[in-house]
Write a protein of this length. Structure first.
Ligand code: SF4
Length: 643
């Protein structure tokens, strides 16, 4: 039976790189009905095709490239796509999203998903065009940086409008946080998906399409779309959206530093006294040359900058984003903004996650300060805080996996194991993923977000901005008046279990739809009702018009990803925070003295999630009510179900 729903391209592509084969298949009706798209369908596929025995960098690992029903249909902000696999960095669930134009182009080329397995005997890239797929030789591209690769692919296919997702030398060499770069400077940065592509000898994917996407009921879809767009124009959000449009994510440097949450000196503290030097105004005034937006986005938080002269003079490039400013800036006590922009750009060209890379360097700087590393172990490099020359050199070494870079290319958890002694104290990660730019000692619910996030210490699977931005009317609407004061108190752990449980469910939906977090996370405009309003008219899946169905689907997806990790051995003992963020009170700044009350929040979270508080394992009945019978049976057979 052909795929009955609209809004989707209706086909997916199976790629067996070992055999050099591509097979076009109809999308599966039940995938869309139960898991929607993006992260939801990826979790179903990866549950079935990978597991404890799958070595992340082996041919057996599977890489899913996904879009959702919203991709490319001009719902704002929806120009996004995602990758999912088993992570070589963390050994658990891997997922990373990117904006730009590649996702919509992949759908216009005829594919909702690409499921990639095997390992090609020689470097190749995949070319998609109007329902057809071709594996092309990439030996001449191997070793090239991402910007050069993108240009070469466009030139050889004689089409400057082709969109690409490519890896750089870091992914080829399997740096464990190798990224995938979309259209020059958008990144699916986290969890090492570029290394997975490198291990498969897959240099990239190029897409060019002209196939139409249809709505089930175009008139009603456009009206529902208009209604949701109208919500974005509510004056309530004017300040948040205004700053996002004016400064992009760089504004977060100032906002987050003000509440003492900006990771500084490898998370020693959350307040950086030189934050203004790397903040929004200076970037806007001195370096910005253009504003951009991802496909179909009415917000437009992207910028192009240029450093015109001096050591770090560069051609126009995208960014810098908040996370890069944090990772190579405050995190390493580096207030030289031009060097930060240069380091971010090098990471994009080499194909590496700026967060894990900057955090690995900050970690090494602290080991140097503590005497755990010395010149005999660094090849003579001096790892003093803010040492720009060393940072520039280390980024190159990491991408080449040479010198100290070889150890740092493994991420902080593995590097700490290799260095031994007290090094583990300074490795700021959860489940092996380096922490993104939030300090939970200044924001209680961030601690729970980091601890329970399926991919590790990262904000994008459940961060709540409600208490930070302070929207009492939204909190009351979603959680009730009696809980509002405590939820709005950023330093109270009360009701944060429920809050983060709800955010995780909501973002599971957002990541399946697939849309940008802006508009849902910051500011909190879209909620479950948005999906119920739009999806039936877009897709023809009438059940998605019922908010209760939408909520249930969101929980199904969230549970499935968590179960994927349980099957790999993740329990409550892994859902914790690094020693520093859990035990060392914030030493300076506005959040001085702060510590997260993780146990209280985790207990409440497990109650809402329907999990055993001791192990974190899900209850059988909870899985059954979500239609995850096959998960319940598998976990039960492994003794990984709540008793
Ligand atoms: S808000 Fe920014 S990141 Fe999100 S889709 Fe729009 S331009 Fe892209």
């Amino acid at each position: 039976m052909t795929f009955p729903y609209k809004g989707y391209a209706g086909k997916y592509l199976e790629v067996d790189l070992t055999k050099g084969k591509t097979i076009v298949k109809d999308m599966v009706k039940e995938w869309a009905r139960l898991y929607l798209g993006g992260t939801g369908i990826s979790s179903k596929i990866l549950w079935e095709r990978t597991g404890p025995e799958t070595e992340p960098l082996s041919p057996e690992n599977v890489l899913v490239v996904g879009t959702g029903p919203f991709t490319g249909v001009m719902f704002s902000p929806s120009g996004r796509m995602m990758f999912a696999s088993k992570s070589p960095l963390t050994g658990i669930w891997a997922e990373s999203h990117s904006g730009g134009f590649f996702g919509p182009e992949m759908k216009y080329a005829g594919f909702d998903l690409i499921v990639i397995s095997g390992r090609s005997p020689r470097p190749v890239y995949l070319f998609l065009r109007d329902g057809e797929a071709e594996l092309r030789d990439a030996q001449h591209l191997w070793g090239r940086e991402t910007d050069v690769t993108t240009r070469m692919i466009r030139e050889e296919l004689r089409d400057p409008s082709i969109e690409t997702a490519v890896i750089g030398p870091a992914g080829e060499r399997q740096v464990l946080y190798g990224s995938v770069i979309i259209d020059f400077y958008r990144a699916a940065g986290r969890t090492g998906l570029g290394a997975v592509m490198g291990s498969k000898n897959l240099k990239g994917i190029a897409a060019s399409g002209s196939l139409p996407l249809e709505a089930y009921d175009m008139e009603k879809y456009l009206e529902a779309n208009r209604q949701e767009m109208e919500k974005l124009r509510d004056p309530l959000w004017a300040e948040s959206l205004g700053s996002l449009r004016k400064y992009g994510t760089t504004d977060l440097v100032a906002i987050i530093n003000e509440i003492g949450r900006l990771p500084t000196k490898n998370h020693w503290t959350g307040f950086y006294e030189h934050a203004d030097d790397i903040g929004p105004e200076i970037i806007a005034e001195r370096y910005r040359i253009a504003q951009e937006a991802c496909h179909g986005c009415s917000i437009g938080c992207k910028y192009i900058y240029r450093v015109r002269d001096g050591r770090f003079a560069s051609a126009p490039a995208g960014g810098p984003e908040y996370e890069t400013l944090m990772a190579f800036g405050s995190n390493c006590l580096n207030n030289n903004i031009e060097s930060i922009m240069y380091l971010g750009k090098r990471c994009d060209q080499l194909g590496m996650d700026t967060i894990s890379c900057g955090k690995s360097i900050g970690f090494a700087m602290e080991l140097w300060e503590k005497g755990i590393l010395d010149a005999s172990m660094t090849g003579g490099l001096e790892l003093t805080w803010g040492n720009i020359d060393t940072m520039v050199e280390l980024v190159e070494q990491i991408a080449k996996r040479e010198g100290l870079g070889e150890v740092l290319s493994l991420g902080t958890r593995r590097a700490a194991e290799k260095f031994g002694g007290d090094a583990w104290r300074y490795a700021i990660h959860v489940k092996g993923l380096e922490a993104s730019g939030q300090d939970p000692r200044a924001h209680q619910s961030v601690g729970l977000t980091y601890a329970t996030n399926v991919r590790g210490a990262d904000h994008l699977r459940s961060l709540s901005s409600l208490e930070e931005l302070g929207y009492p009317e939204i909190v009351i609407e979603r959680f009730g008046k009696e809980k509002a004061d405590k939820i709005l108190d950023i330093m109270s752990p009360d009701y944060k279990g429920e809050l983060i449980w709800d955010m995780e469910n909501l973002y599971a939906l957002v990541d399946s739809a697939v849309i940008c977090k802006y508009g849902t996370m910051w500011p909190p405009v879209y909620y479950y009702e948005t999906f119920a309003n739009v999806l039936p008219h877009l897709t023809g899946m009438t059940e998605w018009g019922d908010v209760a169905y939408v909520r249930q689907a969101s929980r199904r997806i969230a549970h499935l990803r968590r179960a994927y990790n349980h099957r790999l051995g993740i329990t409550r003992k892994d859902e914790t925070l690094p020693h520093r963020l859990l035990k060392e009170a914030m030493p300076t700044g506005p959040a001085k003295g702060g510590l997260p009350d993780l146990d209280q929040m985790l207990d409440e979270y497990y109650d809402f999630r329907g999990c055993d508080k001791k192990t974190g394992f899900p209850k059988r009945e909870r899985l059954m009510e979500l239609g995850l019978d096959y998960v319940a049976e598998d976990l039960e057979a492994r003794g990984m179900i709540a008793k």
